[in-house]
Every structure is written in structure tokens, then in C-alpha cells.
Write a protein of this length. Structure first.
Length: 65
């Protein structure tokens, strides 16, 4: 019969403590994305809007002419 290795109940191998910078926390306690990430999404959504409006306007023009 194998003897099981006993561990101390105070040791937590699964627990990982992460130190967070409180200046980056929002009101809900979530960390804000970086400025570069937010700017990337802003430009991506803006460009998508421009493309959608262009497609819509050229579609209307094609229907009229």
C-alpha cells in the first residue's frame, strides 16, 4: 500500500495572487484596455462605418440612375 504525501492545509498551490494597478480600474472593478487597443477598435469601427455608408450610397445611386 502506498503512503500518500500529506501537504499542509495552509499551502495553496492553485491560488495565484495578481497585483493590479488601481489607477487602471474602472468603477466596475475591471481593468481598462490599453490606449493602443482602444484606438485600434475606434479606427476599425469608424472605417467600417465609412465603408457601410459608401456601399449604401452607391447602391442608392445605382437604383436611381
Amino acid at each position: 500500500m502506498e503512503k500518500q504525501k500529506q501537504t499542509s492545509p495552509t499551502k495553496h498551490h492553485d491560488t495565484v495572487l495578481v497585483k493590479r494597478d488601481s489607477s487602471k480600474l474602472e468603477a466596475g472593478g475591471q481593468v481598462q484596455p490599453s490606449l493602443g487597443s482602444r484606438l485600434f477598435w475606434f479606427v476599425l469601427l469608424w472605417a467600417g462605418g465609412v465603408v457601410a455608408i459608401a456601399i449604401f450610397s452607391y447602391s442608392l445611386r445605382a437604383l436611381i440612375l
